[in-house]
Design a binder for this molecule. Sequence first.
Ligand SMILES: Cc1ncc(COP(=O)(O)O)c(C=O)c1O
Length: 387
Amino acid sequence: MHLLDNPIRSDELLVKTVNIKHRFYASSSEPLSHRELIEFAKANADEQLIELYNDHSLGYADNGGSLDLRQELATLYGHEIGAENIVVFPGAQTGMTITTQALLHPGDHAIVVTPSYQSLEEGLKYAGSEFTRVVLSPDDNWQLNIKEVAAAVRKNTRYIVLNDPHNPSGALLKEKVKRELVILAEKNDVLIFSDEVYRLLELNSNDRSKSITEMTSNGIALGTMAKPFGAGGMCIGWVACQDKIIVEKLLKAQHLFAVCVSRPGEIQAMMALRSRDKIIAKNLAIIYENLKLLEQYFSRNDDLFEWMPPQAGGTGFVKFKGPLSGDELAEELLEEEILVFGSAIFDCDEKLKQYFRIGFSRRTMPAALKAFELFIEERRAQWGHPR
Ligand SMILES: Cc1ncc(COP(=O)(O)O)c(C=O)c1O
């Protein structure tokens, strides 16, 4: 299978919509500026890091990520994870793809949750792996059904792919479910690759359960500066794993396929990580305000929409109860320069065809919601839902 054999589901849409007015789908936090970052570093009296930024070498950075950044990243996890357990990649997407290539062989079998981010599944196909989808459902609050996972395990199953917090629903896996999954994985000698890029954006920090990499040496966690920090342009993602043999394989794969990450991005990431409480509080404040507006809107319009409040991240999956599918609604919204993701972006099955994804982590969301509201009001009568 060639890497480009499958269409990129969101690609056509995003190419068509470069200058679109309302990005009501956007998933990462409000973009951070470098100037803001320097202000945060100054507030921390971190002159040394500012100096490091001004003076850094533009030669190749260290394979697997520089030690100073890996030490900083390790502080996101418990004692199980040190700098030596972290491999830095040029963004989370590169991290997930290279990890999958490095750990799977053609003919291996994987289990992947769906609906989920397309690249999680594409990586499996590209690695030549067979895979079984386990479908999450709003009827179970998007929780993983462990019995279904157990039923999907085969002799050649090597890998279970999770996304927690979950894009698109914004649901969090219950710690109890994660513990059951860990037992299943250890018993069957299967790795758990958990895409945790929306971690740190839990609406209630008490809901944050342990990262999969803290729970088991079979666990591999994926993180990014893009989602919680609004810093996708730093191009810094990472994988954390207790198992030293896996780390060695990832270092080798990183060296062969990604060479190194950007040193300025690494230093910026350290600045952001040292101010993480402030930056994340700022980003969560935007999310709380936007969610309030969404709650109000969807409760005023509950004849047309079913809204399950998310628990984490910047995305929600909304059910449309009108006469169009989620994809048809998304297409009509596009005509009005409002971009949401229909369920086809997640290759959803029939049961989820009424769903579409929105994003609520940007300061531009209230304007997008206003335009959305106007659009819906104009169509209510023709849809048989007059005011
Ligand atoms: C679930 C999930 N994983 C990974 C990524 C990619 O992260 P990055 O932009 O850091 O490569 C995204 C981006 O939308 C995502 O939603």
